[in-house]
Ligand binder design. Sequence first.
Ligand code: 5AD
Length: 438
Amino acid sequence: MNERDSEAVASLLRARGYALVEDEAQADIVLLNTCSVRDLAEQKAMGKAAHLNKRKRRNPRFIVGILGCMAQNRGADLLDRLPDLDLVVGTQKFHRVPDHLDNLVASLRGQGPRPATLIDLDAEAGSQNEIRGHVSTESEPQVSAYISIMQGCNMHCTFCIVPKTRGEERSRPLDDIVREAEELVAHGTREITLLGQIVTSYGRREFPMVGGKTPFVQLLERLHALPQLHRLRFTSPHPGGFKADLIAAHRDLPKLGEYAHLPLQSGSDRILRAMNRPYTRDSYRRLIDQLRAAQPKIWLSTDIIVGFPGETDEDFAATRDLFREIGFEMAYLFKYSTRTGTPAAEMPDQVPAEIAEARHRELMAILEKRSLARHQELVGTTEEVLAQEPARRPAGRLMGRTRGYRKVFFDAPAHRLGELLPLRITRATVAALEGELV
Ligand code: 5AD
């Protein structure tokens, strides 16, 4: 999400005559786009911002800004630790950055005193429609691109800061999204990932059901019909949003591949209730059964939080057993991080860090075993891989993804980027595969 927001800001700035540089040391302006979902992310951004603040002291014409969730979450309090910030811009104001910068640049060129920090954090109706510019359509094509389809979240999970940082759910019109996708595809994009805090809620208040299908599934069908698009993905969904139409889409829309991400968070009904997650371990398990019935080869991933307040050994055992039973090939495993202002931050029985650490390690071990086993089953078989981008290391190799969304590294000339290639899988590790062109 942040990568996408940053790209949209970069695209607006380019249109205004600013240029992106390769190396931060060359930049006259540095904008940090920030995440607040866990404390670690905020600490990292703070460290980085403090460093830039020092550079600003040495060179008053250098411009530093903080954008996004941490700006929204902390607002003017950021100035206590970062007094030299020029710009603080919230999550509904990304598109205002070019105007703000133009003003700052103009006043820094003048002889007057240093302008006060510009702080822009208000909600803005229609801001979801402003995240649409792509750097890729202006320069080199991007095989895989993101489209932001909505902003905000109304689910109010008790651990989560997002309702505070991103506001209420607001969706973009379906036709606008389809137009953006068409333009990307015309410029060489072959995989689109739809983004939203809660994509399965897309348009549920704005747009009607059609033929028993939710706006989200209507959107999937429209995009699936684009002839040159090879793959269509989305993140993040909510298990509660996986209704019959979306399950059927995994059977009927081959461009979705054999992959689904379904955040479980916990396998204990007691903890799920405390998290305000409106499903149970049984209903989640039934959902997985339905998905596997619709798409027997499906690869599954999830998000889990260990150490939520009040999580006992029995609660964790319930999570661990369900996690093992379902057999996720991929998972984002998190230790609970207290977010000030969320209901969970006020709950009793916060779990000690060592216990959360040990639970995290236990899940990690289960995950690694399962991922490796599933990867090894692929060795010797031929997989359809979308050649996505040059591999970072070693140079000359390409990176692609299977239909199950697993990374594959292979040798092929760069002009094959964007193609669906048959690759024989030759080697498997926990994290990735290697293959060769058939
Ligand atoms: N602590 C730890 N993990 C969190 N997540 C969201 N909020 C928190 C928190 N306070 C995780 C959830 C979510 C993912 C994006 O981040 O698992 O699905």
